[in-house]
Design a protein around this ligand. Structure first.
Ligand SMILES: [Zn+2]
Ligand SMILES: [Zn+2]
Length: 463
């Protein structure tokens, strides 16, 4: 492993310092989230922690935390059309159903779902090759509809009964022309372009350096592991922020007498990286689990290597975007901090509503809706699924006996994390959630938590 040059010494110590100004950063974050009953303690015994500054009752909303960086799973894109920025469902119930039936028929799922078969969901239809209109054994639980019907669902010619009760925002395509991203509003489209998508859009107006390379990258990520797409969004976010900071810094420098470009680049980069770096409960090189092939006596040397790697990565980011070392760094962060992104489907609600209608209305409505339900089969209710990094939620510590949990209520219809109290929380008490299934055996919990460096002193007790 090569040593960082002596000229970067100051940079290294800057990286080793906790990101500043922590307290101010979290206070501002909390003020933008309208969750006045919380405070982040940046240096508790177990790293950062979130504490109650007010009382919460059982079932109370503790926090709604918007996504900082998030992405819908590639395999889920066939089932759900959602805003690429806020993850709410868009279009109409008819479009959601028609589009899913259309893509299901094209067999597009075949390529993008290979790595996602562990869900245990009914994805038997993915095993078939393109199978236009022809029913096959694996499609036996589905009764296909004629092409014209699917098309008129998609283009809005056909309206299903009571669907007006589930209105969705109209679909706005990506302004870069990629035909991949869609939005619920112009403001979501503009924000996504400004913060993430301009560098990652494979469309005509893409601001990436090389569209071909980008397309290859997207294809590779889709075929292997879509956490790469999430990591790319984090990198893109940092670069775009860095550029903005640099532009305004240069503007300031025009009128200033002195300048030291080399130091300012690093500090601007650190500033751009700040919101993401806050996600580390502990520094990567301190918390990464020791690989099996590294002896305990070599642990210090191993951690030093990782530390140097991280520094080198940040340096590399200045010159190149998709460097693999930096990549590892970010992916490590997402492994530690990502929370499942889940948004319930209005299609499920719609069919449940029809099912709950009084008999007099139900018969008539069902006559129309039943063929669509039969065509969708058992997976009519698939929700939007993805991974996301939530800046405040990620500060919450794990407990095997938590007092809060991530839970979506009826009204929580976008990608925000919603944290609900599961029992009364007193003022001053730490708010904790469980990162894992609480019903596992102690040894299993220990193994799953190894990457988080959480020490359970006594089996079954709080931290
Ligand atoms: Zn949106
Ligand atoms: Zn685009």
């Amino acid at each position: 492993m090569e040593k960082p040059d002596a000229q970067f010494k100051d940079g290294i110590s800057a990286l080793l310092r906790p990101p500043t100004p922590l307290q101010e950063y979290f206070e501002e974050l909390i003020s933008t989230r309208k969750c006045q009953g919380l405070r982040v303690n940046p240096d508790g015994e177990f790293g950062k922690g979130v504490y109650a500054t007010a009382k919460f009752g059982e079932g109370d909303l503790v926090l709604k935390d918007p996504v900082l960086v998030g992405a819908q799973h590639s395999s889920n894109k066939m089932d759900c059309l959602v805003c690429s920025y806020c993850f709410c469902f868009i279009g109409s119930v008819e479009l959601q159903i028609g589009r899913k039936l259309y893509l299901q028929r094209l067999g597009i799922s075949k390529d993008c779902c290979q790595f996602d078969s562990s869900d245990g969901e009914d994805d038997s239809y993915m095993e078939d090759h393109i199978n236009l209109g022809e029913s096959s054994s694996s499609n036996s639980d589905k009764t296909p509809l004629p092409n014209e019907v699917v098309e008129s669902l998609m283009n809005g010619e056909l309206t299903l009964p009571y669907s007006e009760r589930y209105p969705l925002a109209s679909v706005i395509p990506c302004p870069g022309g990629c035909g991949e991203n869609y939005y619920c509003s112009k403001s979501c489209a503009d924000s996504d372009w400004e913060f993430f998508h301009s560098l990652l859009c494979p469309g005509e107006k893409s601001e990436s350096r090389c569209r071909e390379a980008l397309l290859k990258f997207i294809q590779h990520a889709t075929e292997t592991n879509d956490i790469f797409l999430l990591a790319a969004k984090a990198i893109s976010y940092t670069i775009l922020r860095y550029r903005k900071l640099k532009a305004s810094y240069q503007e300031d420098q025009k009128y200033a007498a002195t300048d030291c470009a080399c130091n300012s680049d690093l500090s601007l980069l650190l500033e751009a990286w700040n919101p993401l770096s806050m996600g580390f409960k502990r520094r990567w090189w301190d918390c990464i689990a020791l690989p099996d092939d590294v002896d305990y006596c070599d642990e210090a040397a191993f951690r030093m290597q990782i530390k140097e790697l991280a520094f080198k990565s940040v340096q590399l980011l200045k010159a190149a975007i998709f460097d693999k070392d930096f990549y590892g760094h970010i992916i490590g962060m997402f492994e530690q901090n990502n929370l499942d992104l889940v948004v319930a489907s209005p299609v499920e609600d719609y069919f449940l509503y029809i099912d709950d209608l009084p008999d007099s209305e139900k018969g008539k409505a069902e006559k129309i809706t039943r063929p669509y339900l039969d065509a969708l089969g058992g997976d009519y209710s698939v929700c939007c699924q993805g991974s996301a990094f939530y800046p405040l939620q990620s500060c919450m510590n794990h407990s095997c006996s938590p007092n809060a949990r991530a839970f979506k209520r009826e009204e929580d219809r976008d990608g925000q994390a919603t944290i609900i109290a599961t029992r009364p929380i007193h003022t001053g008490e730490e708010v904790t959630i469980s990162y894992i299934d609480e019903n596992l055996l102690f040894e299993e919990r220990q193994a799953l938590l190894a990457d988080y460096v959480i020490v359970e002193h006594n089996p079954g007790q709080i931290k």
